[in-house]
Design a protein around this ligand. Structure first.
Ligand code: NAP
Length: 252
């Protein structure tokens, strides 16, 4: 059974790996045996790197603004240069801009789509080409409850996360015959910087908590098991699935 989830010898590229969900996922993949290339923008990757190395695994820090398309090829190239291959891509980097639709600036809309969606397409394409050559690979996109629902005051974010779910299915269909599984994780309401504004709003925070059957906000570590599952041989017959990890939010 252990072998099914074992990532020993696998190479992962994780975006947004310096903090929040991306950090927990990167360390979790390393706990399962993977070495990792860690992409960060404003947060230094040092802490994540240290945690991975203390597990006896290797980690390489890469800095890039994923909204800048010209920076993306080097992320895949440097990963392959250093580790010789790329087995797992986790498209985790994401931003949210909270303003009502009527006032939502085009600049915010554009920035959210560049980070949350366009980078996912381009990085998946770049890593996907390598995986096609290798005949195997795992791509995990981080979706959201707002891949299914409308949300409030976050039109760009909702549009981007619906599109991430659609892109996951499109890539999964094309690449399944090539031995590549593309799936997504849709986290529920997790305690990270992304949801700080919601948790600071007493009313919203209470309303959200009341709707979560599990009775608590999610922790970054709640994504580790699902991420290892989708990165490992245990999910080899899963293609294009959007896995909700939400304490039951979606089924209430
Ligand atoms: P977070 O704590 O706000 O972290 C955002 C992450 O994205 C950081 O690692 C950040 O890196 C990275 N990032 C943002 N803009 C970037 C850019 N231009 N280039 C490179 N990296 C960039 O958020 P989180 O909660 O961990 O969110 C991670 C993912 O989960 C996002 O896709 C988010 O939409 C999704 N999600 C979160 C929740 C939740 O409840 N928290 C729910 C559903 C989905 P730097 O710090 O290095 O800039």
């Amino acid at each position: 059974m252990k072998r099914l989830f074992d990532l020993t010898g696998k190479i992962a590229l994780v975006t947004g790996a310096g903090r929040g969900l991306g950090q927990a996922i990167a360390v979790g993949l390393a706990e399962a045996g993977a070495d990792a290339a860690l992409v960060t923008n404003r947060t230094p990757a040092e802490e994540t790197k240290r945690r991975i190395e203390s597990l006896g695994r290797q980690a390489m820090a890469l800095t890039a603004d994923v909204a800048d398309r010209s920076r993306l090829p080097e992320l895949v190239e440097r990963t392959v240069e250093r580790f010789g291959r790329i087995d797992i891509l986790v498209n985790n980097a994401g931003i949210i801009r909270r303003t009502p639709a009527a006032e939502h600036s085009y600049a915010d809309w554009q920035e959210v789509l560049d980070v949350n969606l366009n980078s996912v397409f381009v990085l998946s394409q770049l890593a996907g080409r390598r995986m096609i050559e290798q005949g195997a690979g795992k791509i995990i996109n981080i979706a959201s409850m707002l891949s299914f629902q409308g949300g409030i005051n976050v039109p760009g974010y909702t549009a981007s996360k619906h599109a991430v779910a659609g892109l996951t299915k499109a890539l999964a269909t094309e690449w399944a015959p090539k031995g590549i599984q593309v799936n997504a994780i849709a986290p529920g309401y997790m305690s990270t910087d992304n949801t700080e504004a919601l948790r600071a709003d007493e009313n919203r925070s209470r309303q959200i908590l009341e709707r979560i059957p599990a009775g608590r906000w999610g922790a970054d570590t709640d994504l580790v098991g699902p991420a290892v599952f989708l990165a490992s041989a245990a999910s080899d017959y899963m293609n294009g699935h959007v896995l909700c990890v939400d304490g039951g939010w979606m089924v209430r």
